[in-house]
Design a protein around this ligand. Structure first.
Ligand code: TYD
Length: 209
């Protein structure tokens, strides 16, 4: 039976590592798992990822938003949708909640949250995750970890002040409070193995057998 899991969180929260560890765990149980990421999870959206990553692209906020949405539309149409249709488990490293947290809370389009929700719904053909694991870690810890790796779209965001990242973290907390059934908070400050275990347990409690 198909199942759609997304991982969310601030820069350097460790979600990419957790995505691979959780996918491996589920594969070991004999499940078909497709892992992907946003932005740039399809053959044709590498160019969008490149645009978003380029420190020289002085992107207008609305242009940035629509690039993430274009990326998502293609991702759902060519990767997520087909995989779910054939009954796979799909794990995506970031998805619609990142747009709410970064473009909504981070870029201060809070008045536009309803509009962003509608846009997300359109861009994703109403494909909502069955479960979202929000890896919540300290902003300072996340940022110092993230700044060690380089070269992705995250770099443009990492350069933003601490306050920007605090708004994003608090945005995720708001989203979790709004949809506690779908979004589960995982303590990302715990040791790596404990975080993986918490993710695996959250999935096991919900995944249809
Ligand atoms: P990336 O380099 O892939 O890093 P990370 O491991 O943090 O995901 O950067 C993706 C960046 O894009 C990240 O800073 C979050 C941001 N983002 C948005 O602002 N809106 C979105 O809708 C998505 C999917 C990502």
């Amino acid at each position: 039976m198909s199942y759609f899991i997304t991982f969310e969180g601030i820069e350097g929260c460790g979600k990419s590592t957790q995505c691979s560890l959780v996918a491996e765990h589920l594969r070991n149980q004999g499940r078909e798992v497709v892992t992907s990421r946003e932005p740039g999870g399809t053959e044709v959206t590498g160019e969008i990822r490149r645009l978003l990553a380029d420190p020289d692209s002085e992107l207008d906020q609305l242009a940035e938003l629509f690039l993430f949405l274009a990326d998502r539309a293609q991702h759902v149409a060519s990767v997520i949708g087909p995989a779910l249709a054939r009954g796979a488990i799909v794990i995506s490293d970031r998805y619609s909640d990142s747009t709410m947290a970064y473009q909504g809370y981070g870029r201060r389009s809070r008045d536009d949250l309803g509009w962003l929700r509608e846009l997300n719904d359109r861009a994703s053909s109403s494909t909502v995750p069955d479960l979202t694991l929000w890896i919540d870690c300290d902003i300072e810890v996340g940022l110092s970890r993230a700044r060690k790796g380089a070269g992705g779209p995250g770099d443009r965001f990492e350069a933003e002040p601490l306050d920007f990242h605090r708004r994003i973290r608090d945005g995720f907390a708001d989203l979790q409070a709004t949809e506690p059934g779908r979004i589960i908070r995982i303590d990302g400050n715990a040791p790596l193995e404990a975080v993986t275990q918490a993710c695996v347990d959250a999935i096991a409690a919900r995944l249809p057998s």
